[in-house]
Design a protein around this ligand. Structure first.
Ligand SMILES: Cc1ncc(COP(=O)(O)O)c(C=O)c1O
Length: 340
């Protein structure tokens, strides 16, 4: 199978803008910094889920789905964007959220209501001791909800949080192709791409894209926002191998091709850190660009630290992927982090 032949339903506005961050480059005195604006892809405040959902929704449609079932954290960007994309295709979205139902919705949850999720079900974190257990219970609940919907006469299609690894891999491999074309128009080539790493699907796709379209010459740096680097690296390797095998390709995956840092998570997923706040404020005040507190803010904090530690050459072109998530700035759980 050829990657460009995999079926997808166009949903976003492509290509997303590629911007050079001249002020940030000057302030840091390191590599030349660009930003690929996946947050500006045209649907419901954008983000990295739209490319993935183009594949997921093509599969859903091919199976005759009448409804989508998906799950995530209270402030899930994935859930917001799944509802938005489903709306474009006339599908209903049933949602399972892990977390305590707040007295009134803010941030992404407010947008879920405005976009009109068909139903929102809650999984209470108090019933689970670890985040992993809670995540698994939420996914199980989504499967049960799908069974219930079948009994109610719907044809449900379940989208895991962050989408299937294969769809993520195809989505961000083809994003690399788009980026290469944009850089070529400037007579440049990307040396490094930096991304937030959550489920790791985006990073997997970027590495696949580097292998398929740039002979593995683009270094892909992932900054974890939750998981341990070793576990994420294992998952990325597994998912890359699956993607390569679906494409009928055999390629060596040298260990250094999978580069993940877990030093910038702080106390936990979505828990604000001082470095995240500084990174969000720096980008806002040098470039007028808003990052988010959960993903791109922590990824930028990691990137800034790596630049200061000399992890990139002065002449290199580094592209930071803005994967979206900005609605979380307005979440009641995040906004207080930005008060003096
Ligand atoms: C805004 C944003 N950035 C980055 C990520 C991480 O992407 P991935 O799950 O593909 O690693 C996510 C989702 O998890 C996200 O919502």
């Amino acid at each position: 199978m050829q990657i460009l032949e995999v079926s997808r339903i166009p949903l976003g506005s492509w290509p997303t803008p590629l911007e050079e961050l001249r002020n940030l480059t000057r302030a840091l005195g390191g590599p030349r910094i660009f930003m690929k604006r996946e947050d500006l892809c045209g649907i419901a405040l954008g983000g990295n889920k739209i490319r993935k959902l183009e594949y997921a929704l093509a599969e859903a449609k091919s199976q005759g789905a009448t409804a989508l079932v998906t799950s995530g954290a209270v402030q899930s960007n994935h859930v917001r964007l799944t509802i938005a994309c489903a709306n474009r295709l006339g599908l209903k979205t049933f949602v399972v959220l892990r977390g305590e139902k707040p007295a009134f919705p803010t941030g992404n949850l407010l947008l879920d209501h405005i976009l009109g999720a068909a139903e929102i079900h809650w999984v209470d974190p108090k019933d689970y001791t670890t985040r992993e257990e809670l995540v698994r219970a939420t996914e199980r609940r989504a499967e049960l909800l799908a069974e219930d919907l079948r009994r109610r006469g719907e044809v449900p299609y379940v989208i895991p949080n962050g989408c299937k690894p294969l769809h993520s891999a195809f989505a961000y491999a083809t994003c690399v192709l788009e980026l290469l074309e944009q850089m070529r128009a400037l007579n440049l080539a990307p040396d490094v791409i930096v991304t937030a790493c959550g489920t790791s699907g985006t990073q997997t796709g970027l590495i696949l894209g580097s292998l398929l379209f740039a002979q593995g010459q683009i270094r892909v740096v992932g900054i974890s926002v939750a998981g341990k680097a070793e576990l994420l690296k294992e998952r990325i390797r597994r998912n890359l191998e699956e993607a390569l095998s679906v494409l009928g390709l055999e390629m060596d995956l040298p260990a250094q091709a999978i580069e993940v840092y877990d030093d910038y998570v702080g106390p936990g997923y979505a828990v604000p850190t001082r470095e995240m706040r500084e990174a969000v404020e720096l980008l806002a005040r040098t470039e007028g660009i808003l990052l988010d507190p959960v993903y791109t803010g922590k990824a930028m904090a990691g990137f800034l630290d790596l630049v200061r530690r000399g992890a990139f050459e002065a002449g290199e072109n580094v592209v930071f992927l803005h994967t979206g998530g900005v609605p979380a700035l307005f979440a009641d759980t995040q906004a207080p982090a930005f008060y003096p």
